[in-house]
Design a binder for this molecule. Sequence first.
Ligand code: ADP
Ligand code: MG
Length: 679
Amino acid sequence: MAQGTLALRADAAENETQVRRTLIPREKLEVILVVVTAAAIGVSLLLENLNAPVWMILLANLTSYIAGGVFGVIEGVKSLLEREINVDLLMVLAALGAALVNQWREGATLLFLFSLSNVLQNYAMDRSRNAIRALLKLRPETATVRRDGVLVTVPTDGLAVGDVIVIRPGERLPVDGEVVAGSSTIDQAAITGESLPISKEIGDDVFAGTVNQNGSLDIRMTRAAHESTLARIINMVEQAQGRRADTQRFLDEFEQKYAMFVIAAVALYIVIPPLLPGGPTFNSNFYHAMVLMTVASPCALVISTPASILSAIANAARRGILFKGGAYLEQMGTIKAIAFDKTGTITTGKPAVTDVAPLADVSVDELLRAIISAEAKSEHPIARSVLSYAKAKQLSAPEADGFEAVPGEGVRASINGETVRVGTERLMIEDGAALPVELAALRDRLEAEGKTVLLAQQGERWLGAVAVADQIRENAPEIFKVLRGAGVEHIVILTGDNPRVANAVSQFVGADEVYAELLPERKLEVIRELKAKYGAVAMVGDGVNDAPALAEATVGIAMGAAGTDVALETADVVLMADDLTSIAYAIKLSRRARRVMLQNLTFALGVIIVLVISALNLNPLLVSAGRELPLPLGVIGHEGSTVIVVLNGIRLLVVNDEMLGLPARRRRAANSIGTTVKA
Ligand code: ADP
Ligand code: MG
């Protein structure tokens, strides 16, 4: 039965390839067998009408049984070997039971509908499973490589890391790389689900599968083809689809107990009624028992959840949202509180230098040189902004011979044997230095303008301060409203930055609470407190220095993750696009998926109840009409509901922003914090 097959395929992608490697692909064989089953049923009918000899009719019936039941038996035996009972077994038993009381054709009809519905289900499920694999086809077959000054065309598989590849306008990128010459804009929809062009300059990362637009680019290949971001996304999604959601786990366990219960109940039903005084004959009662066994099978119940989850995961992946498993997809819709790491989520995380303020006896260049020497190895966005500012001024500085990043505070470096410190007052205090009054006043003034201030000290000597300002994402207030509409009660901003900036940002976007000057480990504690208070809590961060908080949250979300490996690994949900709308999309999609699952469960359960009541001759409609539920009709109701449930789940594949009521997406629209504060 589909469930058995499904579990097998979903649990390990390798199994799927194994099945594929056989002579006739299993999917094709299943279709052929369904046709054979139907044909054999037709032949047996015809033979009966022609009064053919009994052995011929029996042969036709046996054919339909074998063709219709072979996969059911395989799956059933497989589960028995694992000491499990699944619905395949119930179906096969019911068909055999029908044959036992000489109702061959009814049993064959059961097997036919059962295998037909499996084929339909598998087809539909494969569609969701493979929706994402189609992305791989986006990689071009050949590439133009610059070798020894000449351009040669080589197959993409023959490329090696370090090759310089020429990408002409309109071409799709064959590999991940770094721009080494030229500039252009690139449509990164394949990775981020977002088709607005992103400008790329020398030094920027570019990804396989994305499309170069107006300029010509030389890129140096940085990752082997099978390790490209696109390939890893696809791998991750396929693994995620194999991980069961909580509801699914529950249903799988339920299937066991329930199947056992059905077998026991049917066994009693076979034995007891004929023994009662005035009870039915053994044969007619046995037939009823088989109808009962069929309609009581929980096929639709078991498939209701995976069908929805697979589709929703595939849908999200195409939108640049990677769920690491069905469980997170389910939980995302129940989130009551969200904590945002300010830098990089509420703000763009690309701060710019606004002020360079050396103390009286220090020159601008001296201050900047000390800072860039100290920050050269830092990966912090603030450090990068100062570095690129200094680079633009064509400043160079000696290399530090020692470097230490102090998370949430700054850096310590050793330059020509002297310790240089860049960062917050706390860092300096830890090292026993007191901030001069004039510098403290300068810092306060800059912070009042909503800027983040880096203090710099060389040895015992204070050099001055540099201020940077980040940009708030302009759509943040709007997205926060959408989040509240989707059931989020409490929105918190966490930051290691100073309280003035933090409050300005919080006010602009409309957060409920803001925590400033947080050290990374304190972020984790805040998440813990929120969980105690609100239950399900999501944390949105960059995945680099927020890893502990991301892990502590019910759902850890990394944003703007295209190209950053750490984020791909640490978060439960990865948003490739650097866009807040994705968070709202993820939550709304999850809520919709939960609704579809609930619909499916209700419907599946309803059908089972109605059919079981009918099979027990307790359905007043049938009783008053003097009718009983025939096996074929029971099977149609049963398998029909299974197919309907799958189709309902598949609908989640086509959901989009508009259907979820999300605002149109904008890119990089932003407000400077400085202006916000002054306003
Ligand atoms: P956020 O919570 O906004 O991501 P962090 O916890 O990374 O911020 O850092 C908090 C503060 O520590 C920053 O606002 C900055 O003042 C200081 N800081 C952190 N890293 C650096 C660095 N490499 N250079 C200078 N200052 C730093
Ligand atoms: Mg941070």
